[in-house]
Design a protein around this ligand. Structure first.
Ligand code: NAP
Length: 364
C-alpha cells in the first residue's frame, strides 16, 4: 500500500512533552520529501488553533501562537467531527494526561483517525476501554501506538510486541519503571552502602524536580502499577485495572490524610525508622532494596513493591533516575533481554511519540 501523500496532524497538549514533540515534528516535516506533513490543529486545556478551511498552522511557532490564542478548544465530539471531515488522513497526537481525552480514543478511531500518545490513562484504565480501543482500530483500519506510555522513549512496548509477534514466549518481565523511585532508592540504598535518611532523600528528589509536586503521587506506586497493567495486557493477561493486583504504597498510613505535599514532607522524618529497618534487613543478606514491578506470565501474577537484589544484579546497579526493564523469554533463556536508560524527560518522551508517528505514516 502506498503511503498517504498528505497527512493532517492534530495535537492535543503543548506542555513539557508537547513542546518537544512540536520541535521534532518541525524537523521531521522538513526532512520528509515523500509525504507532506501538516499541523492542522493544536490545543491546550483552554486554548486552540485551527482553521475552518483546514489550512496548515506553521509548526515552528505553533506553541507561542497557541499561548496567545483567543480561540477556545471545541468539545471532544466537535473535534472528532472536525477531524473526520479533514481532506487528508489524520493522526491525533495526545500529549496530555487527561482521562477525558483517553476515554474518547474509540470515538476518534471509529472515524478512521489514528492515535499516537504517551498518555497512560487509556491503556491502564478499565479493561473494557482497552478492548474498545483496539476493536475500534481494527474495524476502521486506524492505527494506535503508545510507546512512551511505559519507559518514555525507551523501546519497551515495541520490544515486548516484537518478542510476542515473532513467536517467542515471554515468561517474566521485571524492572524499575519509575525515574523517581529509581533516583530515590539509588541514593537511599546505594550498592556501595550508606545512603541518606529516607525523608531527606525524598526531600532532595522533590527539590531536584524528580517527584510530582506532591511526592505521595509517586510513592503510592500507582504510576508504576499503570505501566505494569499496560505490559501485562500486551503479554496477554486481561488485567482489569491498576488496582486489581498487589501494589505496595510507600506512604505511611498515618500520612495518607495530610492535606498537602509540604505537610507530608514535614511529618515524614518520624517514619524514617521503618524504611531504615527495610534497608538493614536487605544489607544483612548482602543485598539492596529497590522498588520494582514484575509480571509472572505463567502464574498470571502482577505485583509492584519493594524487593531485595544482590548488589551485582543489574536492577541494583542502576544509576541516577534511569529505568531498567528485563524481559525473560524462552529464546533468551536465563540471560534476559534488558532495556535501560532515561525513563523520563521531554525530549526522550517526545522521541517515542515521534517514532510512533513515523510508524503510522508508513502504514496509512
Ligand atoms: N514528562 C515526562 O517525562 C513524561 C514521560 C513519560 C510519559 N509522559 C506523559 O506525557 C504526557 C504529557 O506529559 P507532560 O509532562 O508534557 O505534561 P504537562 O507539561 O502537564 O502538559 C500537559 C499538556 O496537556 C494539556 N491538557 C491537559 N488536559 C487537557 C485537555 N483535557 N484538553 C486539552 N489539553 C489538555 C495541558 O494544557 P494546560 O497547560 O492548559 O493545562 C498541557 O498543555 C502525560 O500523559 C505524561 O504522563 C511524560
Amino acid at each position: 500500500m502506498a503511503s498517504a501523500s498528505k497527512v493532517f496532524i492534530a495535537v492535543i497538549g503543548a506542555g513539557g512533552v508537547g513542546k518537544c514533540f512540536l520541535g521534532q515534528l518541525h524537523a521531521l516535516a522538513a526532512r520528509r520529501t515523500t509525504q507532506s506533513i501538516n499541523l492542522g490543529y493544536i490545543s491546550s486545556s483552554k486554548k486552540a488553533i485551527y482553521n475552518n478551511d483546514y489550512s496548515p498552522i506553521p509548526i515552528d511557532t505553533a506553541a507561542q501562537v497557541l499561548a496567545q490564542s483567543s480561540q477556545s478548544p471545541p468539545t471532544i465530539q466537535q473535534l472528532a467531527e472536525y477531524l473526520a471531515a479533514a481532506p487528508d488522513k489524520v493522526v491525533l497526537v495526545d500529549n496530555t494526561s487527561s482521562q477525558d481525552v483517553a476515554d474518547s480514543y474509540p470515538l476518534f478511531l471509529q472515524k478512521g483517525i489514528s492515535i499516537v500518545t504517551p498518555n497512560k490513562k487509556a491503556f491502564s484504565g478499565s479493561y473494557s476501554l482497552w478492548e474498545d480501543i483496539f476493536t475500534s482500530a481494527e474495524k476502521s483500519g486506524a492505527k494506535v501506538f503508545h510507546e512512551s506510555s511505559v519507559g518514555a522513549g525507551l523501546p519497551v512496548i515495541s520490544t515486548l510486541s516484537d518478542l510476542i509477534d515473532t513467536g517467542d514466549k515471554v515468561t517474566k518481565i521485571e524492572g524499575v519503571f519509575s525515574g523517581t523511585m529509581s533516583f530515590l532508592f539509588n541514593s537511599f540504598a546505594p550498592t556501595q552502602g550508606a545512603g541518606g535518611k529516607w525523608s531527606v532523600e525524598v526531600g532532595k528528589a522533590k527539590a531536584l524536580g524528580y517527584t510530582e509536586p506532591d511526592p505521595r503521587d509517586d510513592l503510592n506506586g500507582l504510576d508504576v502499577a499503570r505501566k505494569l497493567t499496560i505490559l501485562a495486557r500486551i503479554a496477554g493477561l486481561p488485567v482489569e485495572s491498576p488496582t486489581s493486583f498487589p501494589v505496595q504504597s510507600l506512604i505511611p498510613k498515618e500520612l495518607e490524610s495530610c492535606t498537602s505535599g509540604d505537610e507530608f514532607l514535614e511529618k515524614l522524618p518520624a517514619f524514617d525508622e521503618q524504611m531504615e529497618e527495610t534497608k538493614k534487613a536487605a544489607e544483612a543478606e548482602g543485598k539492596v532494596v529497590r522498588f520494582v514491578g514484575s509480571i509472572d506470565v505463567a502464574s498470571k501474577s502482577v505485583k509492584v513493591g519493594l524487593e531485595k537484589f544482590d548488589r551485582s544484579h543489574p536492577i541494583a546497579a542502576l544509576q541516577g533516575s534511569d529505568n531498567i526493564i528485563s524481559f525473560y523469554t524462552e529464546r533468551y533463556g536465563s540471560n534476559p533481554l534488558i532495556v535501560q536508560g532515561a525513563g523520563a524527560g521531554g525530549e526522550v518522551t517526545a522521541m517515542g511519540v515521534t517514532s510512533d508517528l513515523l510508524k503510522v505514516l508508513r502504514q496509512i
